[in-house]
Structures are given as C-alpha cells and as structure tokens.
Ligand binder design. Structure first.
Ligand SMILES: Nc1nc2c(ncn2[C@@H]2O[C@H](COP(=O)(O)OP(=O)(O)OP(=O)(O)O)[C@@H](O)[C@H]2O)c(=O)[nH]1
Ligand SMILES: [Mg+2]
Length: 679
C-alpha cells in the first residue's frame, strides 16, 4: 500500500496522470521517450514487479509485501543490455477486464501503446493465476517475456516447473528469478527486446468464435489485438465504452452490441463467465505438463505462525504484542529519548540559543528577530516542532511500519479486522487502504482506487479522513500516551473507534451502492530485508522533510502574523466558548487547533508541548487527542480527496468532519466530567 506521497509525487512528475485519460497521457510523453522502445512490467499483485523495476531503472518505487502497493504508473529509463529503453511499472492485475481503477490503468497502457513490449512477472508458486494473464496478453498480440519470480518460495514449497516445456508451449522466453535477492535478473537483461506474442489461443466454441469474428470485423482495420478486444466486449467490459466512442461511429457500436446481445441470448450463463472458464481450461492443460508439486510439508512453521496471526483468539495477543513493541520503540525510544535529546539538548541548548544570539546581533528590528526566534518564530517554533518533536517520532514509526509492511503482517491484520470493519459497512479489500492510512492518509486515499465499487471508495475516503491517524500523528500521540493511564488510552481508542463505526454504519446506509465480497489475497510471511526498510524509511523521511515541514513553517508564519496583528487574543476570545466552555481546554489550545487545520500532527505537537509543560490534565489530554484525531489529517489529504473525489465531495466531507470532531470532543468532555471519571 505501502505507498506514500513521495511516490505519488514522483509518479505525477514522471508518468503524469493517465487513469482513463489515455489521450492526455500520450500528449504528455516527452519527445525523447516517444522514440525509445517501451517495456512494461505487468503481472498479478504483489509478485515483485516493483522490485524488478527498481533493478532495471535504479529508481526506487515502493515495494511492500502487500497487494495493491502500486496504484499508479511509474516510468523510468534503463540502459540495460546497452540500449536505452523506457520501463513502465504498472499496478498489479488479475484480469485484463478491469474490476478497479488501478487495474484499468494497466489495461489502458496495454491497449494504448501498440508497440509496447511486456515483461510479465509471475509468482512461480501461482503459475495458474499468472498464465491467465499470459493468455490475455497473447490475445492482445503483445510480445511477452515471462519471468517466474519468487523461485525461492516455490522451491520451499516443493514446486518444480519445467521451464523448457513451458517455453515450448508458449513460444516465448521463460526465466526463473529471485528478484529480492537479485538472482536470475541478468537472464532478464539478456532477453530484453526479445519475445514474441505467446502462442496460446483458446478455442471458445463455434458460436462464440463466430461472435468474436463478427466483432473483429467491425473494429478499426488498423487495430492490433482485435481478438482480445472482441473478447473484452463480449465479456461486457463497461470500461471500454469511451474507447469505442472515440474510434467508431455510433451505428457500428450498435452493431457490436447487437452481436453481443444475440450471442448472450443463446447462453444461460454470462458470456464473461464462459470466456473465463475456457481460459481456465486452457491454462490447466498447460500447467498439467509443467508444474509439479513434490511435497507440501515444507514451510510448515511459517504456515503455523501465519495461521496464529489471523486466529480469532490467538491473533489478539499477537496483535497486542505487536502494538506493545511499536509503543516501546516509538513511544519510549522515538518520543522519549529521541525527542528529549533533540528538543532539550540539540535545539534547547545549542541551536536555538545560538540562533537567538545571532538574530539579536544581526537584526536591529524586533519584528525580524521575532519572525525567526520569537515565541512564534520559524526557527524556535516551526523548525523546532518539526525536527525536534515530530521527526524522531515519525522516523521511528516509519521504520516500524516498514517492518510491518514487508513482513506481510498488515494483510493479516486486515483479516483480523474484517469482522470489526463489517460493522462499518466495509469488508475485504476496503480494509487495505484503511490499514495503509496508518502510514499516510493521503496515500491511502489514492489507494482507494483498488476498490471496486464507488460506494466503498467514498466510504473509505471519508473514514480515512475522519478517524485513521497517520504515522506522524500516531507518533506524536504515542508520545502523549506516556503521560496517561491505560484507562485514558482506552477511552481515547473507544471514542475514536466508536465514532468511526457510527459514521461508517450510517454512511454505508446512506450512500447508495453495492458492497464487494470479502476476497483477499494473503501473501506469505517474509523476513523483511533491512535494505528495503531503510530505503523506504529514508524515502518517507525525505517526503516528510519536503512536504510536511514547509507546512509546519507556513503554519508558524500564519500564527506569527496573527500574533503581530493582535488577532491571537481575539481568536482565543471568539473560540473561548467552544475551546474553553465546550471542550474544557485552556484558551491557549486554540493555537494547537488552528495548527491542526493545516496538519493533524502539527496540532498534536502543539498539545504535546502543552502536556509536557503540565498545562493539560489527563481529561484535557484525552479530549484534545480525540478532537484532533477526528480532524481531516492535513491539507495534502484534503487536496487528494479533491483530486480523487471532486471538490463537492471533498467540501462535504470536511464540512461534516470538523463540526463532528468538536461535537465528539465536547461530548467527551461533558461525559467525563458528568460521570466524574478520573483518568
Ligand atoms: N521471497 C521473495 N520475495 C520477493 C521476491 N521478489 C519480490 N519479493 C517481495 O515481494 C513483495 C512484493 O514486491 P513488489 O515489488 O512490491 O510487488 P509488486 O508486484 O510491485 O506488487 P503490487 O505493486 O502490489 O502489484 C515484497 O515484499 C518483495 O520484497 C522474490 O523473488 N522472493
Ligand atoms: Mg508494485
């Protein structure tokens, strides 16, 4: 999932859009990349495409043991084999008839670029599933090289594949690799640019073949891979509608629809189902002669651990253990030792005093001094908050999250959480973005593209914005938990979860549409590679420094201006009935809440400082944490919602979330005081 904004940005720069906008994509390609041969890495989700892309281009894109890590296309240049080529990393697919937006991206690239060569990456353990794609690539007449990756795991499970025979049946090069250990990749280099279209063409029965032929005849004469298109159309691929309208006049489209209708009227089952069944039969015939599983007993320990992690009873102590380890690492090491050292020693004793002296010496004007080193100074407040408080906390959390991503624990957590998420009207795949939101809500909002129904996409986007705290915020909150009792943390957790369930439940009743079935691929547990985790953590930190820190500085500047204009007091007075009267917080908390509008973690950092200074009692800490957790995460997330869902929906969500957050915070304050709970 798995992906974070740094990747989004890169993608936007390098690949610039595409989902459904094939023409735009074409226009935006640079003249240079237009001439270079293009190779796309295509395959099922979580099979190692991005690892191979990284090796081919030297460019890092997020790699995680999590299906749906890549949701946008990334392009990079490669000069492997002495020739310059453009390599394209694509989102994983299970079928060329797209079920979700990310799958459509991949299908559109294949359709759009007629000269595209394909390296199909397949999980060697799951040859059958991979060959379903090979077969459709064959129908598209794409030149393919088949890479059977994860040879190590296949071997562990006693799987042997007869490569020679597979090559013969497909008529294309077949290679075996362990991409994560860079094994066998030189073989890929040797066959770059080679590869014909695979020679497998299932026979779909006389009637169906007649229909295919009739549609092929109606498609534009110069079109390549007409058979694949005809089959997509017969299978009822709605996503092709725009494509057809750009290329064919309406009467021809109507004739195509007529062929399809006539054929369907002669069959009871949907044509798409019949087509798929024939394909599966063909794949089974190929697999029979080349795929052998000798013994199944290896890898038992891993399977046993995997079973425990999703067990309805045993899964919970494991989850608590994992959370406790994160708490120790982030809360005590990052937020405790790390922050103390950076805040008290590095910034408190060295950097800030030195800068203050320098500013006093350099600037005769008080306003300039205050701008840099005053109570709302960009250095003494903005940079100090960002680097001394948030950075050590998010750094340690990013590392921990990377470990969770690469070990394969996150999809298991999704399984565990399934029952609970059902209450929110969500299940299956919808949980994946929610869990990725713990890394970064902005990126998780982008990942809602893997969801099949619009209803789920809206629901998950709303819940992410409402209640899923991102890594930066979790970090800061974990730091504040240290000052709280277990009871207080529980109250906070229950309030946030309760709000999400209530909102999710109501929204799922109000938003029309279907809920998809629970269907989730669980990748095997793997020992994470330290290299990938370090690279990923650094890339995320780089993103934090580039995208979050400027917002921190902007927020500080904003407070500085308000302070100079004497407006902070005015705002505090205006907000007093709300902040002091309703939420029961000190008037100064208005500042933290203002910062919270920019970034939730910055707001939380404001509360962190107040709590550290003893300005908040435990009830106030819990109320402030609950309120700020329920805010929209940050401006970036808001803009991502605009991008994905449109201005209307984004404004509606924000318009609901902010008052709701205050309402819950105030309600909690009244409840805790009314019941007289001591926390
Ligand atoms: N054991 C093993 N793990 C591998 C191998 N290749 C990749 N991996 C791991 O498999 C996981 C998925 O790799 P990615 O490159 O993110 O897969 P992807 O195909 O890009 O996945 P999506 O973007 O989700 O479609 C990561 O945890 C990799 O470290 C391999 O040959 N052996
Ligand atoms: Mg990927």
């Amino acid at each position: 999932m798995s992906n974070l904004p740094f990747q989004r940005k890169k993608n936007e720069q390098e690949n610039q859009g595409r989902a459904g906008s094939m023409t735009k994509n074409r226009q935006r390609k640079t003249a240079a990349s237009e001439k270079m041969p293009r190779i796309a890495l295509v395959g099922n989700p979580n099979v190692g495409k991005s690892v191979i892309f990284g090796w081919m281009t030297g460019q890092y894109v997020t790699v995680s043991n999590f299906p749906g890590t890549t949701v946008e296309v990334t392009q990079g240049n490669s000069s492997l084999g002495g020739q310059r080529r453009v390599i394209v990393d694509t989102p994983g697919i299970n079928n060329l008839i797209p079920m979700s937006e990310d799958e459509r991206v991949t299908r559109d690239i294949l359709l759009e670029d007629e000269d595209l060569q394909v390296i199909q990456v397949c999980d060697a353990k799951n040859l059958r599933r991979g060959l379903m794609i090979t077969l459709q690539l064959a129908e598209m007449e794409k030149p393919v090289v088949l890479v059977l990756n994860m040879a190590d795991e296949a071997k562990e499970r006693g799987i042997a594949i007869d490569h020679r025979r597979l090559e013969q049946s497909l008529g294309i090069p077949v290679l075996s690799t362990i991409a994560s250990r860079r094994k066998g990749l030189d073989g890929v280099e040797k066959v770059l640019g080679e590869g014909d279209s695979p020679q497998i063409r299932p026979f779909y029965g006389a009637e169906m073949e007649e229909g295919i032929e009739a549609i092929e005849y109606l498609l534009p004469a110069e079109q390549k891979g007409k058979r694949a298109l005809a089959l997509m159309l017969l299978a009822g691929d709605e996503s092709l509608r725009d494509w057809l309208h750009c290329r064919l006049p309406d009467p021809v489209i109507q004739r195509i629809e007529e062929v399809s209708r006539r054929l369907q009227s002669r069959h009871q089952e949907p044509l798409g189902f019949l087509i798929n069944r024939k394909r599966l039969d063909t794949v089974d015939q190929i697999v029979e002669g080349v795929f052998f599983q000798e013994r199944r007993d290896k890898g038992r320990t891993a399977q046993a651990i995997s079973g425990l992690t999703t067990h309805p009873v045993a899964g919970f102590p494991i989850l608590i253990l994992v959370l406790y380890a994160i708490y120790k690492w982030v809360g005590e090491f990052g937020a405790g030792l790390g922050v103390d050292f950076l805040f008290n020693v590095v910034f408190g004793k060295a950097i800030n005093p030195a800068f203050t002296r320098m500013a006093n010496y350099l600037f005769p004007w008080l306003i300039l001094r205050d701008f840099f080193v005053g109570p709302y100074g960009v250095l003494t407040m903005g940079l100090t908050y960002a680097i001394a408080i948030v950075l050590p906390i998010v750094g340690t959390f990013f590392f921990a999250f990377g470990l969770l991503e690469d070990s394969g624990y996150l999809p298991r957590l999704a399984v565990m959480a399934n029952r609970f998420f059902r209450a929110m009207g969500l299940n299956g795949k919808a949980i994946l973005p929610m869990i990725l939101g713990l890394g970064c809500d902005t990126m998780a909002t982008l990942t809602t593209r893997i969801l099949e129904t619009k209803k789920e996409r809206i629901l998950v986007t709303l819940l992410l914005a409402l209640g899923v705290p991102c890594s930066a915020q979790i970090g800061v909150m974990v730091g504040m938990f240290a000052a709280l009792s277990m009871k207080a943390i529980l109250v906070w957790g229950l309030v946030v979860l309760g709000s999400m369930i209530a909102v999710g439940y109501l929204a799922s009743k109000l938003i029309p549409g279907e809920r998809a079935d629970f269907l989730m691929e669980i990748p095997p547990l793997r020992i994470p590679t330290l290299g990938n985790i370090l690279v990923k953590t650094l890339a995320r930190l780089e993103w934090f420094l580039k995208e979050a820190v400027p917002l921190f500085l902007l927020g500080t500047f904003f407070l500085f201006i308000l302070d100079r204009l004497g407006l902070i007091k005015v705002l505090q007075n205006i907000a007093e009935p709300m902040v002091v009267g309703f939420l029961g917080l000190p008037a100064k908390a208005t500042e933290a809440l203002l910062l919270g509008f920019l970034r939730r973690d910055y707001g939380a950092a404001g509360f962190f400082i107040m709590a550290k200074a003893g300005e908040l009692d435990s009830v106030q800490i819990v109320v402030s944490l609950a309120t700020i957790t329920l805010f929209v995460p940050c401006l970036a997330n808001f803009f991502m919602i605009v991008k994905e869902r449109g201005v209307g929906q984004a404004l509606a969500m924000a318009g609901f979330i902010f008052p709701f957050a205050f309402l819950v915070g105030g309600g909690l304050n009244y409840f805790l005081h009314f019941v007289g709970v001591s926390l």
